[in-house]
Each structure stands twice: as C-alpha cells, then as structure tokens.
Ligand binder design. Structure first.
Ligand SMILES: Nc1ncnc2c1ncn2[C@@H]1O[C@H](COP(=O)(O)OP(=O)(O)O)[C@@H](O)[C@H]1O
Ligand SMILES: [Mg+2]
Length: 257
C-alpha cells in the first residue's frame, strides 16, 4: 500500500528553485529517508508535503487522497505529522504535558469541556495521560515525565518531540534531521526507536545527514541534489549510485558508514 505519493513537486522562491519536478512514493510499511547535501531542498519538500508551504506546482497524495494545499492542522488530523529541524517544545511545561499537548488533535474536549469537566472529559483526560506515558516509555523518557522540558538534555528533547508527534496517532511520521546534535550512542538509540515506531505500524519518513543512521535504519532512500531527485532505492543501491557519490563530492566517506 502506498502511504505517500508526490507528483512533480516544484517550489520556487522568486528566482530560486528549491524543488524541481520531484516525484516519488513511499510504501506504508518500513522506514524511508530523504537525503542530499545542505540546501538540496529536503526541508522545503517536507514543508510542501505537510502543508506549511504550498507547492508552486505539483500534487501531494496521502493514502491516495489529495492533500495539496491543505492546512497543516487538517493534514495532521488526517494522520500526517512532522517534526522540525530545530526543536519546538513548550519549555516551561513538563515532559508529560508536552506529549499530552500533541494528543489534542485526537481529543474532543474544548474550552467548555475543560471548564465543566463532565465524566467523559475526565475519562478522555485519563486516556490521554495513559497514552502519553506509553509514548514516553517508547522513546525511553518514562522516568522523566514530571521534569520541565527545558531541563532535559538536548538529545532527550529531540526524543520528546518525537513522542509528542506520535501522540497525534500518525499514520505517517516525518522527522526533519532527528539525529542532528546527537552523539553516537544517542543516535543508535534513535535508530532503534524509529524501527520500533515503524514496527508498530506508523510509516516513517526522515530527512537525515547522519549516513550511518540512514543506511542502518531506512529501507528506501530518495536522494535530492539542487532540488531535483537524482536517485532512489535501497541503501545498497544508493551507496553504489554514481550520481549520488558525485553529489557528495569529496564526501564519499559519508557513504561508507
Ligand atoms: N522561505 C524561503 N525563502 C527563500 N529561499 C528559501 C526559503 N526556504 C528555503 N529556501 C532556499 O531553498 C533551498 C533549499 O533549502 P532547504 O529546503 O532548507 O534545504 P535542505 O533542507 O536540503 O538543507 C536553499 O537554497 C534555501 O536557501
Ligand atoms: Mg533542512
């Protein structure tokens, strides 16, 4: 089953072409990655898919339904969420609260419910809290639930962001450079978490610079260079691709990881 399909996606910023005629699809099963040198257009591609920046041309299909031009919130409600290259946590709230916030896409209680607190609202709150604890366990932050988000070390903040995105019950989770700033050990742990999320049934699509993480974690890789797709396939196929090696000119050691 195809989870995501993008057709002829193009993004222009004035004269600059950030993405040009990008077409690919992502299977529901497994982990996929978008790689490419800095400035290749990876984040711009994510922005177009997740509704943060409409494409200049082209179309986006999620579960075979067109979502081109929809608002990010509508897209998240349908089951596609993304994290950002830089962490965007609520620093003054607890770790648990940060995950519970993500859950609000799926809860019904509004302001009135929160004020009157009928039984169904209390039940919903209890479920939200339980699910949030489960997600903290999933990313290995179960013991930190009551800490302020701002007091977590950077690597754990990035994991918290993933737990928060998972709180929306996504069918497709898109991660923009989740290993940026992580040390080797944290990156290994992240790789396992990503695999587990995939095994539990959520499609994962990540942008990543860390070639070791990509090659160890992804089943399918799309390579961008100067906004264009230059290759696509399995990790071993990508590592042997002449255009890919050229794009990483002088950076072939990146591909030996
Ligand atoms: N909002 C914007 N306005 C103008 N140019 C942009 C904007 N966002 C990205 N770009 C440009 O588009 C190109 C691709 O950027 P980006 O998608 O962030 O690359 P990557 O994530 O692969 O490093 C870069 O040249 C960048 O400067
Ligand atoms: Mg980027």
């Amino acid at each position: 089953m195809i989870r995501l399909r993008v057709e002829h996606l193009t993004k222009r910023f004035g004269g600059l072409v950030a993405n040009s005629d990008v077409t690919f699809s992502i299977n529901a099963a497994g982990v996929s990655a978008v790689i490419g040198p800095n400035g290749a257009g990876k984040t711009t591609l994510f922005n177009m898919i997740s509704g943060f920046s409409p494409p200049t041309e082209g179309r986006v299909f999620f579960n075979e339904q067109e979502i081109t031009g929809l608002e990010p919130e509508e897209i998240a409600t349908r089951g596609l969420v993304r994290t950002f290259q830089l962490t965007q946590l609520f620093q003054n709230q607890s770790v648990l609260e940060n995950v519970m916030i993500g859950r609000h896409v799926r809860t019904k209680a509004g302001v009135i419910g929160a004020l009157l607190r009928p039984r169904w609202v209390r039940d919903e709150e209890r479920q939200t809290e339980q699910r949030s604890h489960e997600l903290l366990d999933l990313v290995g932050l179960g013991a930190q639930a009551d800490m302020l988000a701002s007091t977590l070390p950077y690597g754990q903040q990035r994991l918290l962001e993933i737990a928060r995105a998972m709180a929306t019950d996504p069918q497709l989770l898109m991660l923009d450079e989740p290993a940026a700033g992580l040390n080797h050990e944290e990156t290994e742990k992240l790789s396992q978490i990503i695999r587990r999320i995939s095994d539990l049934g959520t499609t994962v699509l990540l942008i990543e610079h860390d070639m070791r993480l990509v090659m160890n974690t992804a089943d399918h890789i799309v390579v961008l260079n100067f906004g264009r797709k230059i290759a696509e396939g399995s990790p071993s196929h990508i590592q042997a691709d002449k255009d890919v090696i050229e794009a990483y000119l002088g950076g072939t050691e990146m591909l030996d990881a």
